[in-house]
Design a protein around this ligand. Sequence first.
Ligand SMILES: [Zn+2]
Length: 408
Amino acid sequence: MAQCSFCGAPLRHTFVDLGMSPLCETYLVAEQLNQMEPFYPLRVWVCARCFLVQAEKYVSPESIFAEYAYFSSYSDSWLAHARTYVELISARLGLGPGSRVIELGSNDGYLLQYFIAKGIPVLGIDPARNVTEMALARGVPTLTKLFGRETASDLVTTGTQADLVCGANVLAQVADVNDFVAGIKLLLKPGGTVTIEFPHLMRLMAETQFDTIYHEHFSYFSFLSVEAIFSAHGLRLFDVDELATHGGSLRIYASHAGDARPVEERAVRLRKRELAAGFGRLETYTSFSEQVHQAKRRLLEFLIGARRQGKRIAGYGAPGKGNTLLNYCGIRTDFLEYTVDRNPYKQGKFLPGTHIPIFAPQRIFETRPDYVLILPWNLKDEIMEQLSYIRSWGAQFIVPIPDVKVYS
Ligand SMILES: [Zn+2]
């Protein structure tokens, strides 16, 4: 029986079971379409002792992250978010040429480039060589390593510690959360600050964002569960921002346990809200499955109705979350003729499992579908703006989450 990755208790309670699914970032080339494709169970558990929501580890992290198709720099709104964060945190902590910022899961250097522009020394750490090569090419010092105690100790030995350890959308992807947070503790200078952003479980559940569940995401955090994990490693949370990114994220601020900075009211209030919403009770988590089943039925009802009327539907985007949605709902080219993506790395390839082809965005203009299904719904405003021309032939946007909604 699987055990909780934080507290070690046996996992007996299902949070949601999304059936068998391929790795959602494994885009296929044409020659692979006639070959066998590995599918793994996509089942998420909740620990009855500590309430950490987590996937069983069916796939080794090395096989997932050796090559990562997500280049952070391809999203304008994500870049803007990164730039705003750098301004805010540099001012708040008084960072300058004598400071050091270390980012965990630094991807292609999309964030650290803004610290460099301000003359603040940085180091990125990321396990995927194809993205770290991009970072190095743009002049962002980067280590190609999986982060944990060992990498942190090596850095400390060579005199490298951080005034700011930061990470966005990396904590959920960590297979051994204890090893990762213990590494942060080692890497942090006395008086230093940690900020970590991750999708907020409370929002995932409130808005039925089941498509943000995939094999690459091992854990799904509430403020309470992150606080418990950090506390177990001698780190305390003293502030939190609630962000709109990725369907609703938290940015937690942490320090060493003995730090003198007061705990901000926002952190106290969020903890109370989560407790009031039932995040300290098992039934809150185990009732989520039915919500997901209903969302699937409603999306399929809409798509079946549209196809019956002879409407043509194209997708926009080829994000990991889209692959969970399409595979779980059984949506293939019979519903979705094709999808498009701005990332040239994905163009000409096929979505895993569903084998839906991926084209460059101009394909929408050329084929004039009746509906465009927006798969990265967290970027829907940006995408509807970019694609506003589809209205010239009367096409409409479909946003699948939190509930099927059509935008004219
Ligand atoms: Zn546990």
